[in-house]
Write a protein that binds this ligand. Structure first.
Ligand SMILES: Nc1ncnc2c1ncn2[C@@H]1O[C@H](COP(=O)(O)OP(=O)(O)OP(=O)(O)O)[C@@H](O)[C@H]1O
Length: 298
């Protein structure tokens, strides 16, 4: 059996790297460095019961580091982390590492249930509820390693939330998942939040970030924007245009469906008809603006 990192731990003690401060859960002004790499630079993310907080950013932005810091797996150099005791956290790591591949769906559930001392009719009801919601009720005898990617991700989600954690931390739960399973996963996530769980999720799908209560945009450890999706959209820098071809340097343009978006740092130029940026455009524009700023800094 391949042991997988998971939120399920038999220990119920609070993680020493975390605390339950009076200001709610979250990571506050945390800095994490790996050697000379600053993975997080005074980053703040609040985790509020009943809400979904989305963490977005490109490769190496610091998303996983922030999530691991929140659940006490990384101790920040500075700043404060406030989270429930480990036993009240659920963590779904990225990829297939949240499930035990050589156990069946049923065995995966039983294993995590045992780790959390869940049993009896309460467990039966919870198992049935989650498997049905995830569309896995007819796959209970299948090995997790033989499931489709989307089914495996949904199983990983069920395992992370089986014990009704107060804080649920999901690392790119829908990456590599087909669009239908992605809808299922989002429904599961929304339901968890509606039940009062504080959900934090890293995602590369910006339509998901747009539906979250709050959104944190990271780039190389720096916070580019934070707030409600509307707040983030309101801070899209520069000007965005759309057309058939790049309206400027290619590195400042990207494809959106059949159209090409172009970004430039200043206000609209004469004759330019700017388009309203959605979350995807905004995150790209914020990242390009940050890159330009760091290139011009000595
Ligand atoms: N254990 C580690 N040792 C050294 N460097 C690390 C370690 N974990 C992360 N990093 C570095 O910290 C930075 C942030 O990484 P992190 O995995 O948090 O980013 P991410 O936003 O999750 O990106 P991705 O989606 O590509 O995983 C990167 O430069 C990464 O190389």
């Amino acid at each position: 059996m391949t042991p997988a990192p998971h939120g399920a731990t038999p220990s119920g003690s609070a993680n020493p790297a975390t605390g339950t401060g009076g200001g709610g859960w979250g990571a506050f002004e945390v800095t994490v460095a790996f050697g000379t790499t600053t993975a997080l630079d005074r980053t703040t993310l609040a985790a509020v019961p009943g809400e979904v907080a989305a963490v977005v950013g490109g490769d190496g932005a610091g998303k996983t580091t922030l999530l691991r810091t929140l659940v006490g797996r990384i101790r920040p150099a500075t700043g404060r982390v406030s989270s429930p005791p480990t036993v009240d956290c659920g963590f779904m790591p990225t990829g297939a590492s949240g499930v035990w591949q050589d156990l069946t769906v049923e065995e995966n559930i039983a294993f995590v249930a045992a780790a959390h001392h869940l049993a009896g009719t309460d467990l039966d009801a919870r198992r049935t509820e989650l498997l049905q919601a995830a569309g896995l009720e007819h796959a209970t005898d299948r090995l997790a390693g033989a499931l489709s990617g989307g089914m495996r991700q949904k199983l990983a989600f069920c395992l992370a939330i089986l014990h009704r954690p107060q804080l649920l931390v999901l690392d790119e739960p829908s990456t590599g998942v087909d669009p239908v399973s992605r809808v299922d996963l989002w429904r599961l996530i929304s339901r968890a939040a509606a039940d009062g769980t504080a959900v934090v999720m890293a995602t590369t799908y910006l339509d998901e970030a747009e539906r979250a209560s709050t959104c944190l945009v990271l780039d190389q450890g720096r916070t580019l924007a934070t707030g409600t999706p509307a707040d983030v959209l309101a801070h899209a820098p520069g000007t965005l245009t759309t057309g058939d071809a790049p309206a400027g340097p290619r590195e400042l343009s990207w494809r959106r469906g059949r159209a090409t978006r172009s970004w430039h740092p200043g206000p609209p130029r004469p004759g330019e008809g700017p388009v309203t940026a959605d979350m995807e455009d905004t995150v790209i524009a914020l990242t390009l603006a940050a890159q330009q700023q760091s290139e011009t800094q000595p």
